[in-house]
Design a protein around this ligand. Structure first.
Ligand SMILES: *[C@@H]1O[C@H](CO)[C@@H](O)[C@H](O)[C@H]1NC(C)=O
Ligand SMILES: *[C@@H]1O[C@H](CO)[C@@H](O)[C@H](O)[C@H]1NC(C)=O
Ligand SMILES: *[C@@H]1O[C@H](CO)[C@@H](O)[C@H](O)[C@H]1NC(C)=O
Ligand SMILES: [Zn+2]
Length: 421
């Protein structure tokens, strides 16, 4: 009988209904600040017991703080909203079920299919695909070994250049420092695919004409694979490192960079699930590898983009403070707005453009390090997609990734115009 059920695919359904997920009965709540006073209150929201997890910070008035609330904390959150007058929206009464159903659809059993351009691939399939491209187009796509992740996964930088000897300006894109933000590595892989295979990319005026692209598609492969390993682990954000003096795993890689490290918006508690900054700056091998790429190529890298999810934002330094902006902020702002317009023209949603730290200061981010320490003149964090938290449906990737790609073309055009010879 059991065999019969498995054969007909009913097993998955039964599993979904009866097997409890860690997030069973957790409520996804959005707190909606409608004034600067309410925004300050939302920013001060804290659950002393640390059982409430923050999925997305609010980055301004009318921009929600999204939190995942266990059943025993629901009253606490309602009381907070009630006491402050902040609008509370219940988005999903059982987030565990949402994670479970996504996990059931995860193509981890499609081993034989290999890499799927419009899907969420395993780290192994991603590595396989970039090696395939490097073999197929050896004069265009080169791989540089960067070293190994904490758990020993090999990290390879993808360098795409039609004139590798020309000393062109470089655009450096990375993705996936935060494990659960699956859409980010998917977009990095889509970018690699288009750069390497579009017939017009190399033409005069094409995206590779006069600009080289360096892409690291999965900065945190250990965390990425961990978040794929079960629906209970789907929301893992940090790396998977462990030091002997703590029982907890992982560091928030995007709080670990050595520029104004830990001055704001971080936790010093290794058990903090979101923003533990590490025992020291660059404690993580993964962030050290990214910083080496930046420092080794600092003369030529003119633009750095770090891909994240979710909420459609394109933010620039400083991230560590909202008190002041870099003196070049207008150039940063105007390039970001140009990119947003290009994505919109392609049918996509506009990005909210602002300095990262304006409403939500957080130190130790890769964008601040690129700008402030490596001296890269344009540096951004790009938060992709909204409306689905971290579980962006796989079947929508083929719609949005080509739209985002138009934004990258715009980046390329502007970098060539300002820095090309
Ligand atoms: C979730 O709620 C349902 C209905 O109230 C209850 O039967 C179930 O035991 C709860 N699950 C957990 C893990 O608390
Ligand atoms: C926030 O939304 C309200 C209601 O839609 C609107 O009246 C207000 O202008 C918005 N404020 C900002 C800063 O966007
Ligand atoms: C919110 O506060 C009001 C007034 O203090 C009270 O009457 C109401 O029951 C509260 N609602 C909730 C959901 O706690
Ligand atoms: Zn992120």
């Amino acid at each position: 009988m059991a065999r019969f059920l498995i054969v007909f695919g009913i097993f998955g359904f039964i599993f979904q209904v009866h097997c409890s997920n860690q997030y069973d009965n957790y409520t996804l709540v959005r707190l909606h600040p409608t004034s600067t006073v309410e925004l300050d209150l939302v920013r001060s929201f804290q659950d002393p017991s640390k059982e409430v997890s923050v999925l997305k910070e609010s980055r301004g008035v009318n921009d929600t703080l999204d939190i995942l609330v266990p059943p025993n904390k629901l009253k606490f959150v309602h009381d907070f909203a009630n006491a402050t007058g902040i609008t509370l929206e219940v988005k999903n009464r059982n987030y565990g079920r949402t994670l479970e159903s996504e996990y059931q659809r995860l193509p981890r059993r499609r081993v034989l299919r290999g890499f799927n351009l419009y899907g969420y691939n395993s780290f192994g399939d991603i590595q396989g695909y970039i090696e395939e491209l490097a073999n197929k187009y050896p004069s265009l796509v080169r791989l540089q070994d960067l070293g190994k992740s904490f758990e020993g996964r090999k990290m390879k930088l993808v360098k795409i250049s039609s004139q590798p000897e020309a000393n062109n300006p470089i655009i450096f894109v990375d993705a996936g420092i935060h494990s659960r933000e699956w859409v980010a590595p998917a977009m990095a892989m889509y970018l690699i695919n288009r750069l390497a295979t579009d017939s017009d990319a190399m033409q005069i005026g094409g995206i590779l004409d006069g600009v080289d692209w360096y892409i690291l598609p999965v900065v945190n492969p250990d965390g990425y694979e961990y978040s794929r390993s079960s629906s209970n682990k789907r929301l893992w954000r940090k790396t998977r490192s462990k030091t002997s003096n703590s029982r907890c795993y992982g560091v928030d890689g995007n709080r670990n960079y050595g520029f104004k490290w830990a001055v704001s918006g971080v936790s010093s508690d290794p058990c903090h699930a979101e923003t533990f900054a590490g025992s020291k700056a660059f404690s993580e091998p993964e962030t050290r590898m990214v910083s080496s790429v930046m420092m080794d190529n600092r003369q030529r890298i003119k633009l750095y983009v770090s891909l994240h999810a979710y909420g459609q934002y394109l933010v620039y330094p400083w991230g560590y403070t909202g008190d002041y902006l870099p003196k070049q902020w207008k150039k940063l702002d105007s390039m970001a707005k140009g990119v947003s317009v290009a994505v919109q023209r392609a049918g996509g949603k506009p990005f909210k453009v602002m300095s990262a730290g304006k409403w939500y200061p957080a130190a130790g981010g890769s964008d601040d390090f690129a700008f402030g320490a490596a001296g890269i003149p344009y540096s951004y964090t790009m938060e992709l997609t909204e409306g689905y938290e971290f579980t962006y449906p796989e079947n929508l990737l083929s719609k949005v990734m080509p739209q985002f790609y138009e934004g990258f073309k715009e980046f390329g055009k502007r970098i060539k115009k300002e820095f090309g010879r």
